[in-house]
Design a protein around this ligand. Structure first.
Ligand SMILES: Cc1cc2nc3c(=O)[nH]c(=O)nc-3n(C[C@H](O)[C@H](O)[C@H](O)COP(=O)(O)O)c2cc1C
Length: 424
């Protein structure tokens, strides 16, 4: 990926990145060889044992003592981000991050990666984590419950991001089974270990993203524990882990306001962003340092710009990015287009089916063009395109009305002139 946009070859960071990519390629080859050799069951067992053996405990000499944290880091390195793209599995990949950056996202998170798999599987790392030098500021998110594996995973990315975040908010069954995400909030001792190992031994700061408990004091204590463990920025999704799917409900911004008031690290407020105006509204309510959006920014990647852009135009632009600059797996591109054009697909079910069947980006463009044509021909489109259409019609009407006034005035004037001329 990086080869698509080579920055100046004397950029040391880029050189470092290329070296790391070479190392990863070599590791991938080693792994393939090892797998080949591990043909018998016994050999396979030994191979897995070796791969999954806990990484070594870091030595005190490896501690990183001189990194920035808290507001100093927030202001100087992150440049006071206000609008944040949420971590989203299968969605907040490079192309989408770069797209939202263009439209006002000041800070972007990667999707959540599984730290244990990331720590021992170079193919998983290579397939899932892609970045380019201009993809900054960037936070890489992991789920974890074993500190040594988390540290090992985080060390693979510490030179290519600004911070590493621990997911303490995923409410899905898979997180329950794996004991991570929001379910880990019931094991504060483990969480403390996870945060503090990164705080002590990682080159970049550690962030956390949590949900809330039903009990306000318990929520406050948990947030304070994260700060004490070394967390340098906290994102709070103002919902409990039970508030998901159809029972999602609204986020509790009051508790976020209290967390912001009682902690001394930056706090990002997550939940209840449905339109551009909510950014400032939620900041005013919570006094948080920034807001994070997930579902709404999937629907409108330009939300943070406050611009009203037709969903078909946004789709075209995103497809251009995926086709030319930041190649992305087709299934993820498709999901993004289905989100961006959701309202249009609600009125054009046949095109939703067609989008499900396309095999490449040019075919996706055809579906987008078909939606555009249907809307031009007066068929119902997305809510936003309807608003834009209504605004356009109102503008034409106003212009015609103005022209009508002029015409009327002109008629009177010419009539008067005629009369004057007639008199002479
Ligand atoms: C498609 C999707 C994927 C998500 N994946 C993650 C994830 O990888 N890590 C995480 O912490 N939260 C994840 N979330 C939760 C969001 O980051 C966010 O906390 C939640 O959706 C609430 O924000 P919203 O009201 O703006 O949608 C995901 C949400 C969505 C919609």
């Amino acid at each position: 990926m990086a080869q698509d946009h080579p920055p100046p070859s004397d950029d040391p960071k880029y050189e470092e990145q290329l070296e790391e990519e070479d190392e990863e390629d070599a590791e991938e080859i080693d792994e393939a060889e090892a797998r080949k050799k591990a043909s018998s069951l016994e050999a396979r067992r030994l191979y897995l044992e070796q791969r999954l053996a806990p990484p070594p405990v870091p030595q005190p000499s490896e501690m990183v003592l001189d990194k920035l944290g808290g507001y100093e880091f927030f202001d100087k390195v992150l440049k006071k981000p206000k609008c944040v793209l949420a971590p989203m599995v299968d969605q907040s990949f490079l192309a989408f991050r770069m797209f939202t950056r263009k439209y006002g996202a000041d800070l972007c998170y990667t999707p959540m990666f599984h730290s244990k798999t990331f720590s021992h599987d170079p193919t998983y790392r290579k397939k899932n984590f892609t970045t380019v030098p201009e993809d900054r500021p960037l936070v890489v998110q992991f789920c974890a419950n074993e500190p040594l594996f988390l540290l090992k995973a985080a060390r693979y990315v510490e030179d290519r991001c600004d911070a590493v975040d621990i997911n303490l908010g995923c409410p899905q069954n898979i997180a329950k089974k794996g004991n991570y995400g929001a379910f880990l909030m019931d094991s504060p001792d483990i969480v403390y270990e996870l945060v503090s190992i990164l705080h002590k031994y990682l080159k970049v700061p550690v962030f956390c993203k949590m949900r809330i408990f039903n009990d306000e004091e318990k929520t406050m204590n948990f947030a304070k524990m994260l700060e004490a463990a070394g967390c340098q920025l906290l994102t709070v999704h103002g919902r409990t882990k039970e508030q998901k799917g159809h029972v999602q409900g609204v986020a509790n911004l009051d508790i976020i306001k209290r967390i912001k008031a009682e902690l001394s690290i930056p706090v990002i407020c997550n939940g209840n962003i449905q339109e551009y105006e909510d950014v400032q509204k939620n900041l005013d309510i919570t006094k948080a340092d920034g807001v994070m959006s997930a579902e709404t920014i999937l629907r409108n990647p330009a939300i943070f710009s406050g611009k009203k852009i037709h969903p078909c135009d946004l789709s075209d632009e995103f497809l251009d990015l995926c086709e030319t600059k930041y190649p992305t797996q087709l299934k993820y591109v498709r999901t993004h287009i289905l989100h961006i054009l959701k309202d249009s697909f609600d009125y054009n079910a046949d095109l939703r089916v067609a989008m499900g069947k396309v095999r490449n980006i040019p075919q996706m463009r055809k579906v987008v063009n078909e939606i555009r044509d249907r809307e031009k021909n007066g068929q119902k489109g997305s809510v936003l395109s309807d608003i834009l259409l209504r605004e356009k019609r109102a503008a034409i009407k106003a212009q015609k009305a103005a022209e009508a006034v002029i015409t009327e005035k002109e008629v009177i004037e010419s009539y008067n002139m005629f009369n004057e001329e007639g008199e002479t």
